[in-house]
Design a protein around this ligand. Structure first.
Ligand SMILES: *Cc1c(COP(=O)(O)O)cnc(C)c1O
Length: 298
């Protein structure tokens, strides 16, 4: 079955069996300070790093949603301000949320058929962090990988953050240019909603510790202190972490998944154009590999 909206996605069929396995394993009755949970958490994080080619020195956190991650970034990683680059509704929402916490949350918008030009970034830049919506789910566009490389070279002292909700697990990310990525599992991971992932570079962690914000239950410093022991600061979605682990075990390396998705997306774009549909995005360079936006002609 094809779902004509971008998420939650259809669950992987294997999930049915994994749900029963989770029940039978007893993990769902274990508390989140137990050795069993720690083992699950640790092995899931190792698998994420292995399958998604995330550097070993990055820290991965289990949170509730991508939306919560926006909040965590605003609370724990921004002092001077943020710069949000977007062309659609999710990027705008992230900007608006951050604006509630920081007056200096600035935005640069660009057209949905445009390749974002890094010459538009103000230099010098006051903001601590540059925020990109990697894959804009609302219009089916994605940011080209060299954008991150150019931005990182231009602003080596800033953090580069990605909302990767509809790309993580589907698109191969070049982590050397990325300090933060946030996602939920109900898109490219094909899992039920209710678990978010936040991935931080050592640079992002250093900055969070330097700022030392500890006013909230989900302050990044608390998350970090707990994750040193593979734990979370509140009772997490153990079922979903278990399902994530099982799904990851059977996944090929990300480069392979990405290639498959690219081929499949191109076939879809081709098919739709030839069968009475208009593609929302006319510029084929910025079309998403994971979310296809189309409408019936006329
Ligand atoms: C779905 C989506 C979100 C929101 O995810 P939640 O799990 O509801 O917080 C944020 N950003 C993008 C790009 C999305 O596609």
């Amino acid at each position: 079955m094809i779902y004509f909206y971008p998420g939650p996605s259809k669950l992987y069929p294997e999930v049915r069996q994994y749900l029963t396995d989770a029940y039978d394993s007893g993990i769902l009755s274990m508390n989140h300070r137990s050795a069993e949970f720690v083992e699950l958490s640790k092995s899931t994080i190792y698998l994420l790093k292995e399958k998604l080619q995330i550097p070993q020195d990055y820290t991965i956190f289990f949170v509730s949603s991508a939306t919560e991650s926006w909040e965590i970034v605003a609370q724990s990683l921004i002092t001077k301000g943020s710069l949000h680059i977007f062309n659609g509704a999710f990027g705008q929402k992230w900007h608006e949320y951050t604006l509630k916490t920081h007056q200096e949350a600035n935005a640069i918008t660009f057209g949905e058929n445009e390749i974002f030009n890094t010459n538009l970034l103000p230099n010098p830049l006051l903001s601590d962090i540059i925020c990109f919506t990697h894959n804009e789910t609302s219009n089916g566009t994605q940011i080209l990988p060299n954008t991150f490389a150019t931005t990182a070279q231009k602003f080596p002292d800033k953090l580069i953050a990605l909302d990767a909700t509809s790309s993580l697990g589907g698109i191969n990310i070049d982590w050397q240019y990325i300090d933060l990525a946030m996602a939920s599992v109900q898109k490219c991971f094909g899992l039920p909603a209710g678990l978010g992932l936040m991935i931080c570079s050592p640079k992002a962690i250093t900055k969070a510790l330097l700022i030392g914000e500890r006013k909230r239950y989900n302050s990044l410093v608390f998350l970090y202190e707990n994750m040193k022991n593979w734990q979370t600061n509140y009772t997490p979605n153990v079922l979903n972490i278990y399902l994530l682990k099982r799904v990851l075990e059977n996944r090929p390396p990300i480069a392979q998944t990405h290639q498959l998705l690219q081929e499949r997306a191109n076939q879809w774009y081709d098919f739709l154009e030839k069968n009475g549909f208009d593609l929302l995005i006319k510029n084929s360079f910025v079309r998403s590999d994971t979310v296809i936006a189309t409408q019936r002609k006329g």
